[in-house]
Ligand binder design. Structure first.
Ligand SMILES: Cc1cc2nc3c(=O)[nH]c(=O)nc-3n(C[C@H](O)[C@H](O)[C@H](O)COP(=O)(O)OP(=O)(O)OC[C@H]3O[C@@H](n4cnc5c(N)ncnc54)[C@H](O)[C@@H]3O)c2cc1C
Length: 638
């Protein structure tokens, strides 16, 4: 932690004054929420732009600030569940009062989609309850909102976009269509003003810990590599090798057939390839730090073959003939709050009273959602938030039971409901502890994956003149705590105006994947999870202020004055685990753990993107569809 002078310079501890001055959220908010956020919260809010006039953070979760994502209260029960505290079903049968056709555990895209598919198949008169441990629905698809200077600023706290390496299935595309989302309209809304009007580009920030001095080099990916690396603080050997690797490479594996090359590349890391096959100077390696393709596959854990498939540098002389990969950009859409807009559209379908009528992709971004309507006693479709499920058990044998009971905690109390069917759209690793009766082979498979720790932080700046002066809209900062930092211009969907002039506020998006280079990927994930779970908001805040202060110093940035609000979305339980040729055995698909793990067990089906071993919204939808189909087949309803 810094000393007190540094604290003051960075603006640490200004929060209370600023919060009071701005008439912010903590004024008048007491109890658990205030305690959760502690004294360093400064969710700066002023009278809103009129979109959510009556909203404040007490009844509108997207406005909550400081630690979000898998915030501490939401996951407090997970350790107890894992430790086997609820081996016995914790609520007496005679205390169970609510009964449902279907109970869904998890209000992420998968859980919400499952409810939608079930109602589509069997009608809207079915009684459905969705339980989630967070105070907001959407799971990873999380909306962050800030009200400041009479405007609303919307950011994505998790799932950023409709984008996938696995093409959307017919079912997932049909669902998007039903929700009124037309991805082909993206060019209407995309916001290129930063690049066009203000001529901003990407930069790399070289930090003194890895490169001997702090230096911004703009023009990353735009300048010829020779000119770009000429400006970087590197040794001549490292610089020359980086220029070589970014250009036309010789065949470093000459003498091997294409198949032999591929087989070898599948079994070594990208780092091994760069250092030992392409003979890169080790002084150049820090440039690759932080470069993490999906799933914490970094330079040390990414199989070289996958790196080649992703067009990483150094392979173009090998003649690998990898074939054209699926073009992710061909099916892409980004709402300002990411796929939280999809979650909101789904909620609008499930519980129309929660949103004004006739929502569409054009209106949903700015629509006001009434959280009080989510769990109304007379509604046949209910979403109950802040309710972690701790135990699921059949009443009798899973093969013959007519009911399954589901226990959850809410406001410190234990409750239970009973259902004809249950879908677990939560996390695979938790399932064996939620329902310990599951066969041991299936349990083992469910425990195989380790979700990827991730952090998406949104920082509201009073102005972004520092970015403009540097000519930069986004940084990659290899080796720093947040390797990616970017202005978030927002998409102009439904009249939302994200970009402002440089003297006006804007959101900055910062991405980190805590890990421990050198270890196996799953081990890195575990360590990263622990790091996220044990770091306080104050520690994150200090990192953020220090990093932005250093990167933007030459642009005149003042962290104390320019930072208005911070929302740290920590996701120790982030992306679903996906396999790779370095870390996972090469077995036929039917022997993969996610296939063995997701089998229906009695009245219980398993959804969620973990069940698809793929961290994508379309997978979450597809797994929901499969889980619902399984329940229908079991009941002979197809
Ligand atoms: C930071 C981040 C960025 C991403 N970006 C993208 C992207 O751009 N595009 C893309 O397609 N995908 C992206 N993803 C992947 C994302 O996981 C999927 O797109 C999708 O949102 C997953 O939905 P899900 O419902 O399967 O899981 P989740 O969103 O994880 O939802 C599961 C829900 O179950 C809840 N739950 C767990 N245990 C319990 C319990 N015991 N009781 C009650 N509730 C419980 C969880 O808290 C959560 O709310 C991103 C993920 C992260 C973390």
């Amino acid at each position: 932690m810094g000393n007190s002078d540094e604290y003051q310079k960075l603006g640490m501890g200004r929060s209370i004054t600023r919060r009071d001055f701005l008439n912010g959220v903590a004024v008048g908010v007491t109890g658990a929420y205030a305690a959760l956020n502690g004294p360093n919260v400064f969710a700066a809010q002023q009278p809103s732009s009129g979109k959510n006039e009556s909203s404040d953070a007490a009844n509108y979760p997207p406005l909550r600030s400081a630690l979000r994502g898998n915030y501490p209260d939401a996951v407090a029960e997970f350790d107890h569940i894992h430790e086997g505290k609820y081996t016995e079903f914790p609520v007496a049968d005679n205390e169970i009062h609510e009964e449902y056709d279907l109970v869904i555990v998890g209000a992420g895209i998968s859980g919400l989609s499952a409810a939608h598919f079930y109602r589509t198949a069997l009608g809207t008169d079915r009684r459905i309850l969705i339980l989630d441990n967070h105070d907001d629905f959407g799971g990873h698809a999380k909306r962050n909102e800030f009200h400041y200077q009479g405007r609303t600023f919307i950011g994505f706290g998790g799932t950023m976009a409709i984008a996938t390496v696995y093409p959307y299935s017919y079912g997932a595309k049909a669902l998007l269509k039903e929700l009124g989302v037309a991805v082909e309209r993206y060019p209407e809304f995309v916001n290129h003003e930063l690049e066009t009007k203000y001529s901003l580009a990407s930069a790399m920030f070289f930090d003194k810990e890895h490169f001997g001095e702090d230096r911004v080099v703009a023009g990353h990916g735009r300048l010829p590599w020779k000119d770009f690396f000429a400006k970087a603080p590197l040794s001549d050997a490292a610089r020359n090798d980086l220029i070589r690797l970014h250009g036309k490479n010789p065949d470093y594996m000459a003498g091997l057939t294409v198949e032999e090359k591929k087989a070898k590349l599948a079994k070594i890391s990208y780092q091994d390839y760069l250092l030992n096959i392409a003979k890169m100077d080790p002084g150049a390696l820090p440039v690759f730090l932080g470069d993490g393709e999906r799933n914490n596959k970094r330079v040390d854990t990414m199989p070289a073959l996958e790196a080649a498939q992703h067009d990483a540098v150094g392979f173009n002389g090998l003649g690998l003939k990898l074939g054209a990969s699926y073009n992710e950009g061909s099916f892409f859409f980004h709402f300002p709050d990411g796929n939280a807009s999809i979650a909101r559209l789904l909620v609008g379908k499930l519980i129309p009273a929660a949103l004004p009528a006739q929502q569409s992709m054009d209106t949903i971004v700015q629509a006001s959602l009434d959280y009080a309507k989510l769990d109304e006693p007379n509604s046949r479709m209910r979403i109950r938030l802040s309710s972690p499920v701790i135990r699921v058990q059949h009443e009798g044998s899973p093969e013959t039971a007519a009911w399954v009971k589901i226990a959850y905690r809410r406001d410190g109390q234990l409750y239970a409901v009973r259902a004809r069917n249950c879908i677990l759209a939560c996390y695979n690793r938790l399932i064996p502890s939620l329902i310990p009766e599951i066969p041991s082979r299936q349990k083992e498979a469910l425990e195989y994956p380790v979700k990827v720790p991730m952090m998406y932080t949104n920082v509201l700046l009073k102005r972004w003149t520092a970015f403009q002066k540097l000519g930069v809209s986004r940084f990659s900062a290899p080796g720093m705590y947040y390797p990616y930092v970017s202005l978030d211009p927002g998409t102009k969907v439904g009249g939302y105006e994200g970009v402002t002039t440089p003297d006006q506020p804007i959101l900055v998006h910062m991405i980190a994947n805590p890990n421990k280079p050198g270890l196996a990927r799953k081990e890195q994930n575990r360590i990263g999870q622990q790091e996220l779970l044990s770091t306080t908001f104050e520690q994150f805040e200090l990192q953020i202020r220090q990093q932005l202060g250093r990167m933007l110093a030459a642009g005149g940035f003042d962290p104390a004055e320019d930072i208005v609000a911070i929302t740290v979305n920590r996701w120790p339980y982030g992306y679903a685990y996906t396999y790779d040729s370095l870390a996972d055995p090469d077995v036929p698909i039917e022997q993969r753990p996610h296939i063995i793990g997701r089998q229906r067990f009695g009245l219980v089906s398993i959804a969620n993107s973990d069940a698809g071993a793929a961290a994508f919204t379309n997978q979450a939808m597809d797994e929901a569809n499969r889980a619902v189909q399984e329940l229908l087949v079991r009941q002979g309803l197809t």
